[in-house]
Design a protein around this ligand. Structure first.
Ligand code: GGG
Length: 354
C-alpha cells in the first residue's frame, strides 16, 4: 500500500493563492514517480475571511490542522487588514501553538540566477538562516497606558528563555555538524541591547562548547548585514533571534537573486506537532491576481516539506528541476529578469523533472 500524506493547505492571501497550487502540482508530479499520494485539505483562512467573520481562522483552527502530517502555507497579509492583526491572527499562533520553534531558511545562489552582487557565483552563496521562531522580540508582553494623552506610553518586552535559546542553538549546531563547512555564526546586538543579547551570547558560547567540531563566529546585527552583502561566502549556518532572523532571511535571498525563490520551513524538531512550510515572501498585493508571481519559493518549500516527511529523493529531484528551470531567461519570472509567468515557470520545473 502506498504512503499517503495529509497536508493542511492554507494558501492565505494575495499571491499565496497563486503559488500554492503551483507547489501542489509539483508535489503531485514527484509523488507519482515515487509511489506516494497526498491528500490536500484546504483551509481558506485569510484576510478575506477576516473581513467577513472578524477572524483570520476559526477559534479551533489550530486543533483542525493539528493531526495533519504537515502544513503548507502561502502568504499572510492584505491591504485593509492591519499587518499585525493578520500575522497574529494566523501565522504566529500556528507557529507557536504547534511549537515550530526552528525557522529554517536556506539561501543559495542557484545556477542561472544572477546575484545583484558583482562577480558572485553559486560557489559563494550557500548558507542557512536558522531563526528562533516562537519567542524573542515577537512578543505579546507589553501594553499601552495613558492612551491619547501627552503621557501616552508603550512598552514591548522581548522574551528570551533559557529553554528557548538553548534549543535553537542546539538546532543550529546540529545542522552545522551535518554540513561540509560546519560553521555557525551568531547574530547579536549585545553592545546596545543590554540584557537579552549578552544572555544570547552567553548561551551561544555555552552551546559552542558542546559542539567542539563546529567553528563559530559572532557579529553585531548591523555589521552582519554589511557582511551578508560584502562577504556572503563567509556564512554556513547563521543563528538569530526572531526579529534578526526575519530581517536576515529577506536580505539573504535578495543577495542570492530574489526573495521570490526563497523557501522556509517552520520546524517542530521533536515531531510532537506537524511542521509548516511556506515561501519567505509575503502576499505581494501589487502583483496579486496578475498570474506573474514566482512560484519557485513555494515549490522549493514543498521540496523541504517532502524531505521532512521522509521523501528525500523526491525532494532532491524537485530541487534539481528547480535549478534546471532557472537556466533560461524565458522560464524565469520577472523578478529574476525573465519573461515567464507563474504557469510558464511551473511548467518549466515539471518539464525539468528527470
Ligand atoms: N509566506 C510568509 C508570509 O506571508 N510572510 C509574511 C510576513 O510578514 N511574515 C513575517 C514573519 O515571517 O514573521
Amino acid at each position: 500500500m502506498s504512503t499517503k500524506y495529509r497536508i493542511a493547505t492554507i494558501p492565505g492571501d494575495g499571491i499565496g493563492k497563486e503559488v500554492i497550487p503551483a507547489g501542489q502540482r509539483a508535489v503531485e508530479a514527484v509523488a507519482k514517480r515515487h509511489g506516494f499520494t497526498v491528500e490536500w485539505d484546504l483551509f481558506e483562512w485569510s484576510c478575506e475571511r477576516f473581513a467577513e467573520t472578524g477572524r483570520m481562522m476559526p477559534k479551533d483552527g489550530v486543533a483542525q490542522v493539528r493531526d495533519h502530517d504537515a502544513l503548507y502555507l502561502g502568504a499572510v497579509g492584505f491591504p485593509g487588514v492591519p499587518d499585525h492583526v493578520s500575522l497574529w491572527g494566523l501565522l504566529i499562533p500556528l507557529r507557536r501553538e504547534l511549537d515550530q520553534y526552528a525557522n529554517v531558511r536556506p539561501v543559495r545562489l542557484l545556477r542561472g540566477v544572477h546575484s545583484p552582487l558583482a562577480g558572485r557565483t553559486a560557489d559563494d552563496i550557500d548558507f542557512v538562516v536558522v531563526r528562533e521562531n516562537v519567542e524573542g522580540e515577537y512578543s505579546e508582553v507589553g501594553g499601552r497606558v495613558y492612551t491619547g494623552t501627552d503621557r501616552e506610553m508603550v512598552v514591548q518586552e522581548a522574551v528570551f528563555t533559557r529553554h528557548g535559546v538553548d534549543r535553537i542553538m542546539d538546532f543550529a549546531f546540529r545542522l552545522a555538524e551535518g554540513r561540509d563547512r560546519s560553521h555557525v555564526t551568531s547574530a547579536t546586538k549585545s553592545n546596545g541591547i543590554v540584557h537579552t543579547m549578552p544572555y544570547w551570547d552567553e548561551r551561544f558560547e555555552e552551546a559552542a562548547s558542546r559542539y567542539p567540531t563546529v567553528e563559530t563566529a559572532q557579529f553585531h546585527i548591523d555589521i552582519l548585514t554589511a557582511h551578508f552583502v560584502l562577504h556572503p561566502d563567509w556564512f554556513d549556518v547563521v543563528v538569530a533571534s526572531n526579529l534578526f532572523g526575519d530581517i536576515l532571511s529577506d536580505l539573504g535571498p535578495a543577495v542570492a537573486g530574489s526573495i521570490g525563490i526563497a523557501p522556509a520551513a517552520n520546524i517542530n524538531p521533536e515531531r510532537t506537532f506537524p511542521s509548516m512550510f511556506e515561501p519567505v515572501h509575503g502576499s505581494a498585493p501589487d502583483i496579486a491576481g496578475h498570474g506573474i508571481a514566482n512560484p519557485i519559493g513555494a515549490i522549493w518549500s514543498a521540496a523541504m516539506m517532502l524531505d521532512h516527511l521522509g521523501q528525500g529523493e523526491a525532494a532532491r529531484e524537485l530541487e534539481v528541476a528547480i535549478e534546471a528551470s532557472l537556466e533560461h531567461e524565458q522560464t524565469r519570472t520577472r523578478d529574476l529578469g525573465g519573461s515567464a509567468d507563474t504557469s510558464d515557470a511551473l511548467e518549466a520545473v515539471l518539464g525539468a523533472l528527470v
